[in-house]
Design a protein around this ligand. Structure first.
Ligand SMILES: Nc1ncnc2c1ncn2[C@@H]1O[C@H](COP(=O)(O)OP(=O)(O)OP(=O)(O)O)[C@@H](O)[C@H]1O
Ligand SMILES: [Mg+2]
Length: 292
């Protein structure tokens, strides 16, 4: 039996050549996309995917060509929110995998589109004792492939919907060094603010540009009288942004219609509502940062 030591050079695999080709392919894709923005939070369930989808809707409404990479491989939401689901027939063309096209022509790529049925979970391995390092390596590789194999075409914005946690941004940053920045999202609860603070601290340490913090579910808007009230106890989120010296870029109220999945995105349907206008104000701030 041959061992690793018996191999001459790279054993004929041309591993360096393969890595170079992959890197060039990724670069060629990314060069056609003007601005790349990741939306994240240390905390789960604070509305990252919903805000990403509605920011995309607002950008598309302003005439931009928009794509979303669903970087949440284990809990993919974007295909569902954009009305693409997993029943799309993925087409492989000469120039790569065609992205799904969701509401308002927003191009998307999500793990969900690669699964057999809506109920199929993402499983990296059948082995229950697979090490965390191995699983995380597979996840990093899958993200690179979703990004590089998708024929995004020319885009003004690529939004990246991040999974919960603070660490996956490292992989995105290494794949997209020119990332314009990240938008952090929190809800007003003390627990969410506690966790998002860690994510902000880490990004500052790693010199990941932070566009600003969005406070989601900041208030509840009565659908009958449009009056706003508090939904969560918690310190004013402005204090957090002042302490961490980052911009406060959006205060988005809770609106039950955000969770409806109908034929279009919330923003597109209800842009004149209080929550719709709050989304537009956050997008103003993101665009200001980008054009600065
Ligand atoms: N402003 C809002 N008003 C009403 N419902 C909202 C709002 N923002 C988010 N939601 C709802 O909250 C739930 C969680 O949102 P979402 O899945 O977008 O969060 P997430 O941060 O992406 O979660 P995960 O960490 O699992 O990826 C969803 O049911 C969504 O419809
Ligand atoms: Mg999500």
């Amino acid at each position: 039996m041959k061992t690793y030591e018996d191999l001459v050079g790279d054993g004929g695999s041309d591993i360096i050549g393969q890595v170079t080709v992959l890197g060039e392919k990724l670069r060629a894709r990314l060069d056609k996309i003007k601005h790349k923005v990741a939306l994240m939070s240390g905390k789960g369930g604070v509305g990252k995917s919903s805000i990403t989808a509605n920011i995309a809707s607002c950008l598309a409404d302003r005439g931009h060509k928009v794509g979303i990479l669903d970087a949440d491989l284990n809990g993919p939401s974007i295909a569902h929110l954009l009305g693409v689901g997993n029943n799309v027939q993925l087409k492989m063309k000469d120039d790569g995998l065609e992205p799904g096209v969701g509401h308002q022509e927003i191009r998307i790529m999500s793990m969900d589109m690669l699964l057999k049925t809506a109920d199929t979970p993402v499983m990296w391995t059948e082995e229950t004792d697979a090490t965390a390092v191995w699983v995380s390596t597979m996840e990093s590789t899958a993200t690179r492939e979703l990004l590089a194999d998708t024929n995004w075409g020319e885009l003004d914005y690529l939004l990246i919907d991040m999974p919960p946690g603070s660490d996956r941004i490292d992989n995105i940053r290494s794949l997209i060094p020119e990332l314009a920045g990240v938008v952090e999202i929190t809800i007003p609860s003390p627990l969410s603010q506690h966790i998002v603070t860690k994510s902000i601290t880490k990004n500052n340490k790693m010199k990941v540009p932070i566009i600003g913090l969005i406070e989601n579910m900041a208030t509840y808007v009565c659908p009958h009288c449009d009056k706003e009230g508090k939904l969560f106890a918690g310190e004013d989120v402005h204090k957090l942004t002042k302490r961490k010296e980052i911009p406060y870029i959006g205060k988005i109220p809770f609106d039950t219609r955000v969770s409806q999945t109908s034929g279009s995105l919330f923003y597109n349907e209800f842009k004149d509502s209080v929550t719709g206008q709050a989304i537009a104000a956050a997008v103003d701030n993101i665009e200001k940062f980008i054009t600065k």
